[in-house]
Ligand binder design. Structure first.
Ligand SMILES: [Fe+2]
Ligand SMILES: [Fe+2]
Length: 496
C-alpha cells in the first residue's frame, strides 16, 4: 500500500468511526476496519477502566465459518498488568508485533492465554497489539489482531510497515470511543433526569404513581410489535432506533404537565375535601343546637315546656337534620347522581337557618352545592378542565427542552396523547390522518394503564378483560386506532 492509499484508507476509516455513536457498534467497527487494514484473520478489543481491561469484542473469520462456533469469548476482565499481552501493551504504551504467540520473545514478560485457542481448536500464530491512545495521551484500550494472512490465505507475520498504520487507527479509535462514551453518558444522564422528573411528578399522587414508566414500556412494546407485524397496514412501517427513542421520551414525558394541576384535584376521591365536609358537619351540629334552643324558647312562650314534649320535638329536629347530613355524605362519595338524588340535594341546599345574631344562612353554600351536584364522577367542570390542561402544560414545558433534531417531535407526540381519531380529544381536537402513529399508540396505552393501574387507592383495579373491552369499544367508536388496539390485545403487549 503506497503512502497516498494509506492516508486515504485511514481517512475513510476515521470518517466511518466518527459517524458511529453507539459504543457497542463502534467497537465492532474498529476491529473490523483494523482487520481489513492488516488482512488479519481475527481481532479483539479491550477497553481500560481504572486498573482493569474489559474484553469486549472478538471477530474471527476462520471460526465464524465453522458451524459449531459459538461466538468466541464472553465479556471478561483482566488486570492491567504485564502478565497478559493486552495488559503489557497498555502498560508499556507501545505496539507489540509477535511472530508466533506460542513462542514469545524472552524480552517480553507476558504470557499468551491459550484458552481461546483450546476452546475453539484454533492456532494463533502472528499477533499484533496496539495501545489505543487518546489525544491527551491516556490509554483508552488495546486493539489486538491475530494471524495476518497473505494473498494465498496463509498465516504470515504482520509486516513492520503496518505498525504506524495500526497505531494511527488505534488513536482514531480511541478518540471515537471516548466521544461515543461521552455521548452515551450524556444520553443516559438526560434519560435519568427525564425518568426521575416524570416519576417524581407521577408520585405526587398515588393515583398516578408509576404511570409514565408503564406507558413507556407499553408504547415501546407496541412500536416493536409494529416493526415485526406483517399485516398490510404495518408491513412497511418500521420505527428506527431513533424513532423508538423519540417515542420512549414522549411516553415518559406525556403527563409532565400534571405538575400544573393542584394535588387536591389529582387526588380527589370525593366531591368535597375532608375539610369542607367537616365544616358542613359542624354547621349541621350548630343548626341542631340553634333549632333546639328555638324549640325550647317557643315551648316556654306557649307555657308548654314539659320535658317529654321537648324531647319528642328535639328527636324529630335531630333526625331531620341528621338525615340531611347523611344524604350529603352519601352524595359526596357517590359516582353517579340520579334525578331524584339531585332533587333531594337541591331541597337541602334551599334550606336556611338563622344565627343567634339573626342572620339567615343556607344549609349548603353555593360552591358546596356546585361540587356536590356533579352528576358523574367527582370533578366539577372547572376541575375537569384543569386536569385536561395538563396536555397543554406538557407541550409548553417540553417544547423548551433543546431536543436534538431526531427527537424534535417529542413535544408534539407527548402533548397529543389525549387526542382521539374522531377529533373528540384534547387539547386541540386533532383527528384522522393528522394524528401520527406515535400519538395513537400513546392514546391506547395511556387509557389502558389509567383503567388498570393498581395504585389507585380509592378504586378497585379493573380486570384486564374489562379494560381491553373498553379499548375495543373506543376503537369501534372511531376514537382509538383499531389496528393498534388489536395488536395490543393479540400480542398481549399489556404483559410487558
Ligand atoms: Fe394525560
Ligand atoms: Fe397519562
Amino acid at each position: 500500500m503506497d503512502l497516498l492509499t494509506q492516508v486515504e484508507t485511514l481517512n475513510k476509516i476515521g470518517i466511518a468511526l466518527t459517524s458511529e455513536t453507539d459504543p457497542e457498534k463502534l467497537m465492532g467497527l474498529i476491529v473490523q476496519k483494523a482487520r481489513e487494514l492488516t488482512n488479519a484473520d481475527g481481532g479483539s478489543l479491550y477497553l481500560k477502566e481504572n486498573d482493569i481491561l474489559h474484553f469486549y469484542v472478538t471477530q474471527n473469520d476462520t471460526l465464524s465459518h465453522r458451524r459449531n462456533f459459538k461466538g468466541g469469548f464472553k465479556h471478561h476482565e483482566i488486570p492491567l498488568s504485564e502478565e497478559s499481552i493486552a495488559g503489557f501493551v497498555a502498560v508499556t504504551r507501545e505496539i507489540l508485533n509477535i511472530e508466533d504467540a506460542y513462542n514469545l520473545p524472552a524480552t517480553v514478560p507476558c504470557r499468551f492465554n491459550f484458552d481461546f485457542d483450546h476452546e475453539n481448536t484454533y492456532r494463533t500464530r502472528s499477533l499484533i497489539a496496539a495501545p489505543m491512545k487518546a489525544s491527551d495521551g491516556k490509554i483508552v484500550g488495546v486493539l489486538q489482531l491475530i494471524n495476518a494472512l497473505d494473498n494465498k490465505g496463509d498465516v504470515v507475520v504482520f509486516p513492520k510497515a503496518v505498525e504506524p498504520l495500526l497505531n494511527s487507527l488505534a488513536s482514531q479509535a480511541a478518540v471515537a470511543i471516548r466521544n461515543a462514551r461521552l455521548i452515551s453518558d450524556i444520553k443516559n444522564l438526560f434519560k435519568s433526569l427525564i425518568q426521575y422528573s416524570a416519576s417524581a411528578i407521577d408520585a405526587r399522587s398515588p393515583h398516578t404513581a408509576g404511570h409514565s414508566r408503564r406507558v413507556a414500556a407499553y408504547s415501546g412494546a407496541v412500536a416493536i410489535a409494529i416493526n415485526d407485524a406483517v399485516t398490510d397496514r404495518f408491513f412497511n412501517v418500521t420505527f428506527t432506533s431513533e424513532q423508538l427513542e423519540e417515542l420512549h421520551y414522549s411516553a415518559w414525558l406525556h403527563d409532565i404537565g400534571k405538575i400544573g394541576v393542584p394535588e387536591h384535584i389529582l387526588d380527589k376521591s370525593s366531591k368535597l375535601s375532608d375539610d369542607k365536609l367537616s365544616a358542613i358537619k359542624a354547621r349541621f351540629e350548630l343548626i341542631k343546637a340553634l333549632e333546639t334552643h328555638r324549640l325550647h324558647e317557643g315551648l316556654q312562650v306557649r307555657g308548654n315546656s314539659d320535658n317529654e314534649t321537648l324531647a319528642t320535638s328535639n328527636r324529630s329536629v335531630y333526625k331531620g337534620l341528621q338525615d340531611k347530613f347523611d344524604f350529603v355524605c352519601h352524595v359526596n362519595t357517590s359516582n353517579f347522581l340520579s334525578d331524584e338524588d339531585l332533587n333531594i340535594l337541591e331541597g337541602i341546599a334551599s334550606c336556611n337557618y338563622t344565627t343567634l345574631e339573626g342572620e339567615t344562612r343556607p344549609y349548603l353554600a353555593k360552591e358546596e352545592f356546585h361540587a356536590l351536584s356533579v352528576i358523574r364522577g367527582n370533578l366539577t367542570e372547572e376541575e375537569y378542565k384543569k386536569i385536561q390542561s395538563h396536555a397543554d402544560h406538557t407541550l409548553r414545558i417540553i417544547e423548551n427542552i433543546p431536543f436534538p433534531e431526531y427527537l424534535e417531535k417529542v413535544p408534539f407526540f407527548a402533548a397529543s396523547h389525549h387526542e382521539m381519531l374522531d377529533g373528540t380529544g384534547y387539547p386541540n381536537g386533532i383527528s384522522g390522518e393528522a394524528l401520527p402513529l406515535q400519538s395513537r399508540i400513546l392514546a391506547v396505552v395511556d387509557i389502558y394503564d389509567a383503567l388498570t393501574a393498581s395504585d389507585r387507592p380509592y378504586r378497585r383495579t379493573m380486570p384486564i378483560d374489562k379494560a381491553l373491552n373498553i379499548l375495543k369499544e373506543e376503537a369501534e367508536k372511531g376514537r382509538l386506532d383499531k389496528e393498534i388496539v388489536e395488536l395490543f390485545i393479540e400480542k398481549e403487549l399489556y404483559n410487558v
